[in-house]
Ligand binder design. Structure first.
Ligand SMILES: Nc1ncnc2c1ncn2[C@@H]1O[C@H](COP(=O)(O)OP(=O)(O)OP(=O)(O)O)[C@@H](O)[C@H]1O
Ligand SMILES: [Mg+2]
Length: 330
């Protein structure tokens, strides 16, 4: 069920640039334009899937929400409040927004017991200790499908999927409204991936959580997401309801991403392969030196002169959402 209250997270014209200093006295410094004018919102209980190739700026968006990188320009509102300027609301912010990272092998402190990993936020925020905290942690472990008596174990005693469940239990401890899931299943084998995704869906259903779900692959985000945003070189190229983006992609870049996803229907698979063969073979441009006009123009089979000079307008797509493209017949 799609809930459309847009007020939980509102990202407007977000830009994040990294200044990289190189050479003596920073003489060869350059700027990485990691995120360039991104807009999206996430409603309570909703999943927004963010997809795109490596380096397209997905994690940087997640880090900007979590305040792990500085915003260059633009606004991020959580519950209507700017996250760049929290003024004494830091604890509320940490409660409402949590994160689950890709690699459960490095994101969990190997020298901490599971009870301490999951219970730490409860101690920091509510001062819970001892038996009271352990009881809460046991409940959280049960919620994520782990036995409640595993508090005195180390992460190394668990499989990848179980470790990701521990990371999810920790993220749930403060009853957040939104969890940034940055490729949470990419390091797991395929059958474990679907179990962890089912768990995230079940938790969303029961707790009304919202997710920003980041992945490379459209196939992974398709089922969990209500809406999808497709990133390329720091820009959103297309956004819309998940089924519409997957079944009827409008932007040539989204179509290209989909050619990499295997489909059951051999006719569609053949069409997609043919579409992929039409693409010019070029390198991915660098975010330090973005192409003018549409960022995808160097790789697009349909590129026209205007695509190399003018930024594309966002055109509405039948079935919902928009695509930033000069083409008029998607
Ligand atoms: N701290 C930093 N300093 C300089 N450049 C950075 C920094 N962090 C990210 N970048 C650059 O910003 C761009 C976007 O990176 P980001 O990690 O957001 O991409 P991504 O879409 O998450 O990629 P992946 O799918 O590989 O995780 C890349 O070119 C990356 O090299
Ligand atoms: Mg990333």
């Amino acid at each position: 069920m799609v809930r459309t209250d847009p007020n939980l997270l509102q990202v407007t014209d977000l830009t994040v640039q990294f200044k990289v200093k190189r050479g003596l006295f920073g003489r060869d410094s350059y700027t990485v334009k990691a995120v360039n004018g991104v807009d999206f919102s996430i409603g309570a209980g909703e999943t927004f899937g963010l997809v795109g190739e490596s380096g397209s700026g997905k994690s940087t968006i997640g880090k900007a929400l979590l305040r792990l990188v500085d915003v260059t320009t633009g606004n991020i509102l959580l519950n209507g409040q700017p996250v760049q300027d929290l003024k004494g609301r830091m604890l509320d912010f940490r409660r409402d927004l949590q994160v689950v990272f890709q690699d459960p092998y490095s994101s969990l402190n190997p020298s901490m017991l599971v009870g301490d990993i999951v219970g730490e936020p409860l101690t920091i925020h509510y001062g819970l200790k001892g038996a009271e905290r352990d009881a809460k942690v046991a409940g959280l472990l049960e919620k994520v499908g782990l036995a409640s008596d595993q508090i005195e174990r180390f992460p190394s005693e668990f499989s990848g999927g179980q470790r990701q469940r521990i990371a999810i239990a920790r993220a749930l401890a403060l009853e957040p409204k939104l969890i940034v899931c940055d490729e949470p299943v990419s390091a797991l084998d395929v059958s474990t991936q679907s179990q962890v995704i089912s768990l995230l869906e079940e938790l969303q259903e029961n707790l009304g959580l919202a997710y920003l779900f980041i992945a490379h692959d459209l196939a992974v985000v398709r089922h969990i997401s209500h809406r999808i945003g497709v990133m390329y070189l720091g820009q959103l190229m297309e956004t819309g309801p998940a089924e519409r983006v997957y079944e009827a992609p409008a932007h040539p870049y989204t179509k290209m991403l989909l050619t990499a996803v295997p489909v059951a229907d051999p006719v569609i698979q053949k069409q997609r392969k043919a579409e992929r063969r039409k693409l010019p073979v070029t390198e991915l441009p660098s975010p330090t030196n973005l192409p003018t006009g549409c960022p995808f123009n160097t790789r697009c089979a349909h590129a026209m002169d205007i695509c190399r000079s003018d930024a594309p307008p966002r055109r509405e797509v039948a079935g919902g959402g928009w695509a930033a493209c000069h083409l008029t017949d998607f």
